[in-house]
Ligand binder design. Structure first.
Ligand code: DAK
Length: 257
């Protein structure tokens, strides 16, 4: 598959997708989103991939939806894009995903980063939802995911002023795993993804599902969901292998089933 707006490569069991529209600071035009969705689908189907990293350039992860493309959309056209498989491609991905964010992650850029399971930040990252400054409301989940990640007051201030948050502040607010030098960001993200991908894939899928269900369920139902997943693991080959290897004092060999 050849892509115009993204670069796709694999590093061991890690799939790496790099947004690549430098002339527009990786603004998320429809063609880029469609390519991103296709590349993710290919990694989802590939049994050799255990985790996925999404990144941009050192200057910009992504500066948002492509304003030049969307500015004249009718409400019906905008509505047709909402909750499509393509815009929601990351949140429906069933393998662990890491957003490696350097430079600007604004509007839809921050929104797709927050669709990932975790953010790793370069020390030059600038995160924001500046839609209010261009007469719009965040449209890719920003008000919901940012509020859940950092709480109402901070999210409200960012959405109502369009202020950008620097990397250290975002990490302190709980939005990111950690901050690393921007030059090391991709290597650090691939190493983290590689660690995740070194475990049993069906188990990491379940862990991801259990953590993400926190946002959908009350505590009691979430606890039941988690208990049932744990019980299910007791019928899996990788559980027998993992616990057997612990008892035998040897490294496990995962079969991913
Ligand atoms: N769209 C299109 N082009 C963009 C762009 C964007 N979002 N951001 C930057 N560019 C282009 C600039 O126009 C410029 O192109 P030329 O003029 O050279 O042709 C080039 O990238 C370099 O940008 P600047 O010259 O502006 O670079 P600076 O370093 O001076 O400034 C900046 C960097 C990031 C502060 C600035 O470019 C900026 O403020 N960009 C816009 C940020 C923004 O407002 N983003 C939010 C967009 S609205 C939805 C899903 C998602 C969304 C909506 C609906 N559905 C599923 C329904 C999301 C909406 C948004 O994200």
């Amino acid at each position: 598959m050849t892509y115009k707006n993204i670069l796709v490569e694999t590093r061991g069991r890690v799939g790496l997708i790099t947004l690549n529209r430098p002339e527009a600071l990786n603004a998320l035009c429809a063609a880029l989103i469609a390519e991103l969705s296709q590349a993710l689908d290919a990694f989802i189907e590939d049994d050799g991939i255990g985790a996925i990293v999404l990144t941009g350039s050192e200057k910009a992860f992504a500066a948002g939806a492509d304003i030049k493309e969307i500015r004249l959309m009718t409400p019906a056209e905008a509505h047709a894009r909402t909750f499509t498989n393509t815009w929601e491609c990351i949140s429906r991905c069933n393998k662990p995903t890491i957003a490696a964010v350097a430079g600007y992650a604004l509007g839809g850029g921050l929104e797709i980063a927050m669709m990932c399971d975790m953010l790793l930040l370069g020390d030059n990252a600038k995160l924001g939802l500046p839609e209010i400054t261009i007469g719009a409301v965040p449209g890719g989940g920003g008000t919901q995911r940012l509020t859940r990640a950092i709480g109402k007051s901070k999210a409200m201030e960012m959405c109502l002023t369009g202020r950008m948050m620097a990397a250290e502040e975002a990490e302190r607010a709980g939005l990111a795993v950690r901050v690393v030098p921007a030059a090391d960001l991709v290597a650090e993200a691939v190493a983290l993804a590689g660690k995740i991908a070194s475990f049993s894939l069906p188990i990491s899928r379940m862990v991801k599902e259990a953590v993400n269900i926190t946002y959908e369920m009350p505590l009691k139902a979430g606890l039941q969901f988690e208990h049932r997943l744990f019980n299910l693991t007791m019928a899996m080959e990788d559980q027998a292998e993992g616990m057997g290897a612990f008892v035998d004092k040897r490294p496990p060999t995962w079969k991913h089933r």
